[in-house]
Design a protein around this ligand. Sequence first.
Ligand code: PLP
Ligand code: ZN
Length: 404
Amino acid sequence: MNAFTYRCTDCGRRYSREEVRYLCPECGTSYRPGIPLVGVLEAVLDDGAIRSSFDRQNPDWQLFCAVEREFHPPLAVGNTPLARVDRLGSELGLDRLWVKNDGLNPSGSLKDRASFLVVAEARRLGEKRVVAASTGNAASALAAVAASAGVEALIFVPEKAPRAKLVQMVLAGATVVPVRGTYDDAFRLSLEYTAQRGGLNRNTAYHPLTIEGKKTAGLEIWAQLGYEVPDAIVVSVGDGVILGGVHKAFVDLRRAGLADRLPRLVGVQAEKSDAIHRYVQTGRYEDAAEPSTRADSISVVCPSNAHGARRAILESGGATLTVSDAEILEAQERLLGRTGIFAEPAAAAALAGLVKVQAGPGRFGAEEKVVILATGHGLKDVEAPLSRISIPPAIEPRLEAVRV
Ligand SMILES: *Cc1c(COP(=O)(O)O)cnc(C)c1O
Ligand SMILES: [Zn+2]
């Protein structure tokens, strides 16, 4: 294990891992539900240990990991493939385009990475119950990882979450509490629950190890590119924790002297769930007015990690943009039709964003190395693409009836 301390991303105070659980004890007191989190903590690793021990021939990822291996759940999470996608790349004027297919995690989304680490932390702390609010994927991830570890999962989820995600969490044996309201309502309720009734809260960014868990996607991209930093990574953005986590991967690598630069991060939001995009544009935070999008996993009024996401975009020299639901569903079809990778709408939003970037003045050059992070599997929500396709009617089982 790598010895680490927590640092507050707002005031910079340092804490030992035994002193704090969630937000900075100083800044976090000014947090109230309905505003982005204040006092989010980040793990500061022991760079010297990584520098002296990390071996590319035989990489020990434990050096970057904030929870000891003995507490890790038995479910195999991460190590998803990075596919070079030349057919798609040539359409977009990119000779070096990859898709990191994180829909191939056990529960079908990148959220498994965060749930894995928080459940490991629950085991370290001797907590029997992990509590989360989720648009759906964080909950189905928590349910699966908790089941593998024999830990109880308690989940607050908007009642309108896609059915496949609800089925996943119930079938895994989680206690599921559908909430009449939005994801933001579920988020607030789960914080009240753990404050008053206990359990470890896994809410995204609220528990600092969610960022550390999501970071592993960035570390893998670096390793899979032959220990090289890509020019850009395109990420869909809801609460902004995947974005912050991927950024943290390269910050950690740079601090340890293993990488000399950061990839530019392109954060893609849905048109109606655009609070982080507008925050980056104007420097002033405001909630998304009406976060209705088919891309349910990125539908959020008040992103918990808005401050961290904005810092990541600015520090990386990247940008944000928004895409419409029609562009998202078109990108979903294009991704599957050109690469064989089936991504849920929220994940396909990243490609929709890249399509838009490549059509504009700020497009990437043909030589630049670009990675699309596909965050969730298409089978999570088969209703969304049905508006664009029709399934052919059945025929009589006679050859004359076959008109193709
Ligand atoms: C959660 C999620 C996102 C967005 O991640 P944030 O950390 O909330 O920004 C994107 N795509 C999928 C499939 C997700 O489940
Ligand atoms: Zn602080």
